[in-house]
Design a protein around this ligand. Sequence first.
Ligand code: IPM
Ligand code: MG
Length: 352
Amino acid sequence: MEYKIAVLPGDGIGPEIIAEAVKVLDAVANRFGHRFLYRYGLIGGSAMREGMDPYPDETHRICTEADAILFGAIGDPLYDKNPDAKVRPEQGLLAMRKKLGLYANLRPVKMYPELLDLSPLKEERIQGADLLVVRELTGGLYFGEPRELRNNGTLAVDTCLYSVEEIERIAHVAFKMARLRRKKVTLVDKANVLETSRLWRRVVTAMAPDYPDIELDYLFVDNAAMQLITNPKRFDVMLTENLFGDILSDEASVISGSIGLLPSASIGDRVPLFEPIHGSYPEGAGKNIANPLATILSAAMLLRTAFGLAAEADAIENAVETTIRRNILTADLKPVNPATTSETGDFVAANL
Ligand code: IPM
Ligand code: MG
């Protein structure tokens, strides 16, 4: 079979980790007799340095013409130091999510037994933890209007907005994902304070009778942040709004030992996107030291979710497990005598 993949390396370590994921996809193509046709696009700082928009029209076209998108990372310290910058690389990622209607972000978190002692969390707490963060991705504070500076820059406004429809469509995703797992959804919100959170509770509670096989419970986000590291096994599917999901998914990565291990899928009505949850790690760019496994695992999610290639996705995930078991680990997981980015990718590709 022939599949079209839009490849957006982005900034920082993006190009290096994407190169390893493409290496692994090529090995899958070889072994299983597929053809993956890659078209590359610029996004974020890499586009801005060419004088373009952070999400250029050309890149949008490449994305809409593809069957799936593989994305690396976004962010450039040049702009982080300048809060007055009018355009920022991150706007490229946000514009892409919005324009492609990618409202559901799935972030699976699992632990690898070999890495147990690398987590700062106690072994008995995280052993067997396995959860899925279902993060709303195109609403809330990230996109609400107005968002502006007022009074000569002495007052700033962001707006948190959610409609019933936005909540329902992501909640359906969460309930359906729970059906494939341990059949529990935890809605994480701040309903004791926020009006938007109370709407989430009402809407999700009203949907529960349509999913009688799924257990639904609720946590305030502050409590959820604590339980995520004290009792992560209580979570199966964690459903939450955009900003809470951003924060809690980084926190959840501590369970697996490194944020360099967590993949994600963003789905909506059009072409789906797959990306590691970590950022562009600019200090590590060009040094061949970054962990490519989150991106390689994102490629596995791409094959399974976008193309229905389950055996191929399993093969990648098994090869990643072998890589970890054989202690082929980058510096985030193995500070002494680490493997390089490309050695790690080579090992995964060779073990498919
Ligand atoms: C993520 C990232 C992005 C987000 C940034 C880069 C805009 O942190 O995908 O989690 O906040 O959504
Ligand atoms: Mg984030």
